[in-house]
Design a protein around this ligand. Structure first.
Ligand SMILES: [Zn+2]
Length: 338
C-alpha cells in the first residue's frame, strides 16, 4: 500500500502546487492587463474553473488511442482548454477579451513547469507508465491479445494474436486467470489492447515482485517478468514449484496456481537454467526472473549470453528500472501489485 499512498500524495501535491502557481501567475497577468476589481475570491474561482478544465483534459488525454488520433486529440484538447480558461477569466473578472488574454498569457508557464517536473523528476526518479509488450506475463499482465474462455474453469483466457498467413498447424497456447494452459480453440478473433501499468522507481525489489529491467543481452529493450531469485541464492524448479537454497517457496495469492516448468513442452530436451540438473547460482548483484506464463520460454531459464561479466541467466542489479505497482488500464483490469 506504500506505493499507492505515495502515488496519491504525489498527484495531490502536484495538483495543489500547479493551482497555486497558476493563481500567482494569473495575479501577475491581471496586474499587467490593469484589470480592476481583483479579489482573492475571484482569483480562487478562476483557478478552480481552470483546474477542473485541466483535470478533464488530462483524463481525455490518458484514454488509449492510436498515434494519429492521439496527436489530433492532444492538440484539440490543449487548444480547447486554453480557450475555455481564457473565457473563464473574462467571465469571472468581467473584462474585455484583450485584457483577459493579457491576464491569461503568464499562466501558460504553469503547464510548461508542470511538464518539466513530470519529465525531469517524476518519470526518472519516482513513477513511469508502460504498456505490456507481450503475453509472456499473462494472465497477470497481458499484452495485445485474443481472448477466449478456459475449457477447464470457464474464466477468460488469453494468447498473443498470430498472423494467419504464417501460423503453424499447432494452435498457440492460451493461459486463463486461473493459470490453466490450453490450446487456442479457433482463429479469427478480435484483438484486444494490452494492459497499461505503473512502475515505481524507488522501491527495493522483493521476491515475487513484477520487475521491469533492461534485457541482459539487449539493453536497448525493456522487459517485465516476475522476480524469483535474489543475490547469492541457488534457484531450482521442481514439481511445479520454485526452490531457493533447497527450500520450496510459497508464492503470494496472486501467483498461486502458476506451475513453474524447468522444461516447457517446446524446449523439452534442452538443458535450461534452474532445472534440477542445472541450478542457477546468483552472484552478489544478480537476480533470476521468470514468466508467469511458464509454458512460454524467453526468461532466465533460456538466456544464452547474459550481460557482460555476469551469469547468462542473471539480471544484473544495474539493469533494474523499477517494480510494477498498479495495472490501471483498462479499468476492468485494475489491480494493485505492490
Ligand atoms: Zn482455467
Amino acid at each position: 500500500m506504500l506505493s499507492t499512498t505515495v502515488f496519491a500524495a504525489i498527484l495531490l501535491a502536484l495538483l495543489i502546487a500547479s493551482a497555486v502557481l497558476w493563481a500567482l501567475l494569473l495575479r501577475i497577468g491581471l496586474r499587467w492587463g490593469q484589470v480592476p476589481g481583483v479579489t482573492k475570491r475571484r482569483v480562487a474561482l478562476a483557478t478552480a474553473i481552470t483546474a477542473s478544465l485541466y483535470l478533464a483534459s488530462c483524463v481525455l488525454l490518458a484514454l488509449p488511442s492510436s498515434d494519429a488520433q492521439r496527436m489530433i486529440a492532444e492538440e484539440l484538447t490543449l487548444l480547447a482548454t486554453a480557450l475555455l480558461s481564457c473565457a473563464a477569466i473574462s467571465a469571472v473578472f468581467k473584462t474585455r477579451l484583450g485584457q483577459s488574454l493579457q491576464a491569461w498569457l503568464p499562466t501558460l508557464l504553469t503547464p510548461i513547469i508542470t511538464l518539466a517536473f513530470i519529465f525531469l523528476v517524476l518519470r526518472p526518479l519516482l513513477y513511469e507508465t508502460y504498456t505490456a509488450p507481450t503475453n509472456l506475463m499473462a494472465p497477470t499482465l497481458i499484452g495485445e491479445h485474443w481472448q477466449g474462455i478456459c475449457p477447464e474453469c470457464g474464466r477468460p483466457n488469453y494468447c498473443s494474436p498470430t498472423d494467419p498467413r504464417f501460423s503453424s498447424a499447432i494452435p498457440p497456447l492460451m493461459i486463463c486467470d486461473g493459470f490453466h494452459v490450453t490450446s487456442a480453440a479457433e482463429n479469427g478473433k478480435q484483438i484486444h489492447a494490452g494492459d497499461r501499468f505503473l512502475v515505481a522507481k524507488f522501491l527495493s525489489p522483493r521476491r515475487w515482485d513484477l520487475l521491469v529491467f533492461l534485457h541482459p543481452e539487449d539493453p536497448s529493450t525493456l522487459y517485465v517478468k516476475r522476480l524469483i531469485g535474489l543475490p547469492g541464492e541457488e534457484i531450482r524448479m521442481r514439481d511445479g514449484s520454485v526452490w531457493v537454497n533447497g527450500e520450496r517457496q510459497t508464492p503470494p495469492d496472486s501467483a498461486r496456481g502458476i506451475e513453474y516448468l524447468s522444461a516447457p513442452t517446446n524446449l523439452r530436451g534442452q538443458d535450461l537454467w534452474g532445472s534440477t540438473t542445472r541450478p542457477a547460482l546468483l552472484g552478489d548483484d544478480e537476480y533470476f526472473v521468470l514468466n508467469d506464463f511458464s509454458a512460454q520460454p524467453m526468461d532466465s531459464r533460456c538466456w544464452k549470453q547474459g550481460a557482460p561479466g555476469h551469469n547468462p541467466y542473471a539480471v544484473p542489479e544495474s539493469h533494474i528500472r523499477g517494480v510494477v505497482t498498479h495495472t490501471y488500464w483498462p479499468p476492468r483490469r485494475w489491480r494493485i501489485h505492490r
